[in-house]
Every structure is written in structure tokens, then in C-alpha cells.
Design a protein around this ligand. Sequence first.
Ligand code: OAD
Length: 250
Amino acid sequence: MPGPPQHVASVELRERLRSARRVFVLTGAGVSAESGVPTFRGGGQSAVWKGMPFEVISSAAMVERDLPAVWEWFDYRRGALGECRPNPAHLALARWQDRFESLTLATQNIDGLHAAAGSRGVLELHGNVWTARCLRCAAREDLRRLGQRERPPACPACGDPMRPDVVLFGEMLPMDVYALAAERAADCELCFVVGTSALVYPAAGLPAIARRAGAYVVEVNPEPTPLSGVCDEVLQGRAGEVMPMLETGG
Ligand code: OAD
């Protein structure tokens, strides 16, 4: 069991930050909250759009039923993201690439803000809102390059309709991405779980994989989550404050 939530890193964590070679980080919506991106489950509320809970509008069933409505929802979300910039947590994690021998950054976020901060090779477990994928040939295209306004956009490779390249309710995660994340989690010495309510599986299971394999697991979140009780250490605070603090010894 971890001790009570803390606001500063323990001596043990500071030592582990100095000595760890392989570090695994899982982030969720909370890491982007200070960039102005709303979380899904903040303050006891769930996201709703045009009267529809996001579990409905962001569902595999909706792609079948009303693909233009799904595009409208993701166009709206992309529009809202247009002004959002990486915050100190994204920037600190981007710098961690040079700090550790191996850093794996896996995110549930689809906003692309880790890459915008300079993180390379981010494992995007739930896809990316800036990418479209062909329903037929699975070709992927960056929407900023695609430039066409028709909805759904036509695949440049085969002409068939495209969909947002994000994981929707009722769908599996991209198995290659998840398998790599699970492998890295099982091989890390130090694991951080930052800004996720840890309710959506299988992503929320990655810290448990790390812990079973002997890693020291640290949660960063202003609120308790179902993982808090099984982490080695809980840093209670906002990611934009805690992550930069961990760079300076905590
Ligand atoms: P949630 O909205 O469920 O949880 C956000 C978490 O961030 C909560 O635990 C907050 O306490 C925490 N938080 C809020 N502000 C924070 C801050 N400044 N710093 C650190 N933490 C903060 O978001 P996720 O856990 O990411 O999936 O949700 C997981 C998945 O649920 C999403 O990827 C999405 C959704 O269904 C899909 O769309 C497939």
C-alpha cells in the first residue's frame, strides 16, 4: 500500500528517478487539462454533445448509422483543439526522452499534444484526431494534408469514405500499439500514471503489468482513482506542476 498522497516526491522516488534506465509513462485526459482540453469525466460530469453522451456519438455503431454525424463531432473536437498548446507537463515529458536510456510514452489522448511538445514515437492507444482512415483499404491520411472539406472525406488511395482514426466505443485498440505498450510496461523499472481516471481498459491495465513485473509505480493526479491504492506512490497535484517538479529532483 502507498503512504498518504503527497505533494512532493519521496526520497525513494528521487533516488529511482536518478537511477532508472527504463521508464514507462501512461497519460490520460488530465495531462491535457491545463492546455484547455476538457476531460471526459471531470467533476462528476460526463461529456455530452448535442444531447448525446460521448459513449454514443463516439461509438462504432454510430459509424455504421451516421458517419457524417461522427465527422461533425470530431470536426468540432478538432476545432476546439486548434487553440490548445502543450503545457509544462507535455514539455517535461518531451525532455524526459533525453533523460532516461529508454522512455516509453503511451497515451489515451487523441489530441496530438505530446507530439506537438516534441515527444517522438508516442504510443497512441486510442488513435489520433488529426488522422483519417479509409473504411475499405485502411490507408491513413493526415487531415491537415488532406485539406478536403467533404464529409466523409474520400480516400486518396481508393476513393472510398474515410473515418476518424480514433478508437470508438465498441472497438478494439490497435493491437500492435497496445502489444508494444504492454511489452514496454512489463520491462520498465519506473512507471508513471498521469492524469487518467484509470477506468477504461485495457489501457488502465498497463500500470498493473508494470507493477507485477517489479516496477515502482507512481500516480500523478489531483484526485484519487481506482489505481491509487495499488501504486507505490501517489503525487496529488496537477500534471503541469508535478511533472516539471520531478525534473528538478522533486
Ligand atoms: P478521464 O476524463 O476519465 O479522467 C481524467 C483524469 O484526469 C481524472 O482522474 C482527473 O482527476 C485527472 N485530472 C484532471 N485535471 C488534471 C490535471 N491538471 N493534472 C493531472 N490530472 C488531472 O480521462 P481518461 O482517463 O483519459 O477513450 O479517459 C480514458 C478514456 O476514456 C479516454 O481516452 C476516452 C474515454 O472514453 C476513448 O475515447 C476511446
